[in-house]
Ligand binder design. Structure first.
Ligand code: PGA
Length: 252
């Protein structure tokens, strides 16, 4: 059975002091849920100090981005190799990276491959824009982003991959997707991965939803059988709200 996964994406929030206080608060509130994996994605600058503070039985860390080369003259970039021992996951292809920083499908594919090579689990973010949705292109967009993002991944490596369905129009807008649409998208994603790798390999991939999740909406998504967890932005910035979302993923 795939374990539920709840990731908090802090984006460009919390300096070192604030991040440390938040972590302290959250660690005190969360029991170690055996059936829920909790992951925080802080800024790159705070990642290392949080890795010394965090109790990994309670939560793990993710980087919000990385570069795919292991070293070299690439000013300002963070090699995924340097995340080893610090982060367990890395977000790749978040829509803010795709559309604000113009990351290409090739960048994303190379990052996914580099993460796997360095034993950091990639969280491949995919999702349609509002225009694509209006034109009825959601299925094709998801298929294209999956085919491209996973192009260098073998069936054996697929179990390391997490896919986050994050419709661009739902991120940071308060306009969260309906649970029924998330269910359909999750099924499309699993079907497409199954088409690429076979049913058994596709079953090993965890699929998350992200986009304006709140404690009030979380339970509806977590009730979707095919869905394995959530990628939470704004609501993860409040430790109490994030804890409430996590507790909804916890069975019994
Ligand atoms: P949001 O962000 O929950 O604030 O919409 C989600 C994300 O960007 O991963």
């Amino acid at each position: 059975m795939r374990k539920k996964l709840i990731i908090g994406n802090w984006k460009m929030n919390f300096n070192m002091h604030e991040a440390s206080l938040y972590l302290h608060k959250l660690m005190n509130m969360l029991p170690s849920h055996r059936d829920v994996e909790v992951v925080l994605a802080p800024t790159i600058l705070t990642l290392q100090s949080l890795s010394l503070q965090i109790n990994r039985r309670i939560a793990k860390l993710a980087a919000q981005n990385c570069y795919w080369r292991d070293s070299g003259a690439y000013t300002g970039e963070t090699p995924v190799a340097h995340l080893r021992g610090i982060a367990d996951y890395v977000l790749i292809g978040h829509s803010e990276r795709r559309y604000i920083f113009i990351e290409s499908e090739k960048d994303i594919r190379l990052k996914v491959q580099a993460a796997i090579r360095n034993r950091i689990r990639p969280v491949l973010c995919i999702g349609e824009t509002i225009q694509e949705r209006t034109l009825g292109e959601t299925k094709d967009v998801l298929a294209d982003q999956l085919t491209s993002g996973l192009a260098n991944v073998t069936a054996e490596e697929l179990g390391e991959v997490v896919v986050a369905y994050e419709p661009v129009w739902a991120i940071g807008t308060g306009d969260n997707a309906k649970a029924i649409d998330v269910k359909k998208a999750t099924q499309m994603i699993r079907r497409h991965i199954s088409h690429l790798y076979g049913k058994k390999a596709a079953e090993s991939v965890r699929i998350l939803y992200g986009g304006s999740i709140t404690p009030a909406s979380a339970a509806d998504y977590l009730a979707i059988d095919e869905l394995d967890g959530l990628l939470v932005g704004a609501a993860s910035l409040d430790a109490y709200q994030f804890k409430e979302i996590i507790s909804k993923a916890h069975k019994g």
